[in-house]
Design a protein around this ligand. Sequence first.
Ligand code: NAI
Ligand code: AKG
Length: 433
Amino acid sequence: MRAWRTPPCLTSLRHSDLQKRQNSASANTNYFIKEALKELEYPQKLQRLLLTPQREVLVELVITKDNGEIETFNAYRVQHDDSRGPYKGGLRYHPKVDLDDVRSLASLMTWKTAVMDIPFGGAKGGISVDPKLLSERELEKLTRKLVQAIKDTIGPQVDIPAPDVGSNASVMAWFFDEYSKFSGFSPGVVTGKPVHLHGSYGREAATGRGTVFATREMLKATGAGSITDKKFVIQGFGNVGSWAAEIFEEHGGKVIAVSDAFGAVYNENGLDIKALRRHIADGDLLSAFSEGEAIDKDTILSIPCDVLVPAAIEGVINADTAGQVDAKYVVEAANGPTTPEGDKILRERGIVVLPDIYTNGGGVTVSFFEWVQNLQNFRWEEEEVNKRLDLKMTEAFAQIWEISRQKKLPLRTAAFVKALQSVTRAHLHRGFD
Ligand SMILES: NC(=O)C1=CN([C@@H]2O[C@H](COP(=O)(O)OP(=O)(O)OC[C@H]3O[C@@H](n4cnc5c(N)ncnc54)[C@H](O)[C@@H]3O)[C@@H](O)[C@H]2O)C=CC1
Ligand SMILES: O=C(O)CCC(=O)C(=O)O
């Protein structure tokens, strides 16, 4: 295992690397943080502390595949800040994951946990792997290898992973099991576990449900009314997108188009989301859903609607695409879906953006509830979980909205201001020696 503290690892960057970093995910995230820092006038040294991660771990994982061949994968865990509590954040299994992505996502977690006012810091991890190309057995081996490699840098009071793109409750179950072999029974080492294995009711749907509560608050505050009869377009139909779609529909919204990595489907009267989810669960393609029209997935951002919900990957709303968005609101259920250039264009066009560090905070909030239940060896009913989630989303929105109004700031900058103030306060109170 190789581990280091930043920034020494950056000293060997070549010029081409530096050019790449200028448009990198972490540069984009830092751009948004710096926008908010302008409002706060903190000293430079403090700014550096807030912008850079506390630890970055890179490990190589080797597994024997089912066919007897060996294969090597790069894996990362970036721990950005733990001033407010143990590091917290998901594990992404995706072929395009690299250290810079994980660095950006770890930083977003620090601000998200602060915005949601839950007692965690921020971290993120990932493996550069296409999970669809591995068998279940190979995925399990890879996850167990990851635990063996990083077990000394995580723990229920240190750093608590969770699911993200490409990982799920089964991955969390293997993670918990492997970690417990070294440290004894430790359900609190990961969240997002299966409900029957110390998981929490409501965690699977939490990010989507939180997105709906967040949208409800935003529509109310901006005078646009309720979710009922509003038209929604959702990019990404995985955990977050499909749950958000179902819950928007339950609240009377019309989800008129959704896309995934393979295609898109449209129905101007609203798709039957429960039927669509069954269709996908049966292994069928979105585009083959008979109660909708198959459309080009690359047109999804430009479909006229009230609320556009990016719920897939980073950087999709950018200098090239932001001008095509035909929505009144963009609700960022994904992490980092909008680049600084895209954000500027949306702002100039008067499109309200509800930022990721608040919108998708429902996932980590219910992860916190799961962790609390694990520490207490106790289970809350789903109704209790959802009620507490609603309260957290509502309270956080009210605070962001207030900062936004008082300081005349976009909601994203207001959310970062709230988070930066909270993290800085924790650092200053704890001290540095
Ligand atoms: N799962 C969770 O609890 C949380 C997830 N998030 C964020 O939400 C986003 C989605 O995560 P999950 O739903 O968990 O992942 P997932 O792996 O369950 O689903 C991702 C979806 O995006 C689709 N997709 C991928 N590339 C696409 C493209 N180019 N165009 C359209 N669709 C595309 C996939 O086909 C899939 O439907 C990510 O940004 C993740 O970091 C944020 C907070 C918590
Ligand atoms: O549930 C968690 O701990 C983290 C979820 C996550 O990775 C995220 O909010 O981006």
